[in-house]
Design a protein around this ligand. Sequence first.
Ligand code: ZN
Length: 250
Amino acid sequence: MTQPQRDLRLTVWNEYRHEKENPKVSAVYPQGIHQVIADGLRAHGFTGVQTATLDEPQHGLTDEVLDNTDVLVWWGHKAHADVSDEVAAKVVTRVLGGMGLIVLHSGHFSKVFKLLMGTGCDLKWREGNDKERLWVVNPAHPIAQDVGEYIELEAEEMYGEHFDIPAPDELVFVSWFSGGEVFRSGCTFTRGSGKIFYFRPGHETYPTYHHPAIQQVIANAAHWARPTASAPRSFGHRPIPLEQLPETQS
Ligand code: ZN
């Protein structure tokens, strides 16, 4: 069993609007969704967890914060358009450079995720108190470690196929919903040197992020997505070869 690297620098980003505007949401997440996710990561032993939210200057994602982020967790929903193109582009560049990214639930429509996927990222949805069962379809995957055969959520928003994403590198979870739909709920991607995990559950009116197995998956994913590239990316004109080249006729 791989022990998580406890000193990873994790930043949990949340739009943090629903909690301030909807009493139903603040009843579930009085300090915000980001705090519950951050506390879950701390409970799994991570010591370097910070949070950032949309309404902070530069959405809380200054160069200094990003310089000190190994893995960024992203929750957004109603205010994707309020994320500046500049900050979204900066996050994308960081991911290509090796920063890990965990995109949660309605983050499927975030600027950052859509830019990294290059597809529409649309899906079917229903707020109907469906029961959700997330089946582990890749039991050897580190993100599924200590999760069991499936995770059951008594009530969640339904997301259904087709999910308009590129074929994931790996599929870790597939969800079944009591209304009959299925969904690719846990998908991994690589872009540049960066690792991306999309994880479906987490509608704001349900206590999903308090669920121990959901916290376990996010902790596993944080460890999995950590930067591992051994060399900085290097591109462009390379006039000096590594080996002596034979004389060529001009
Ligand atoms: Zn939702």
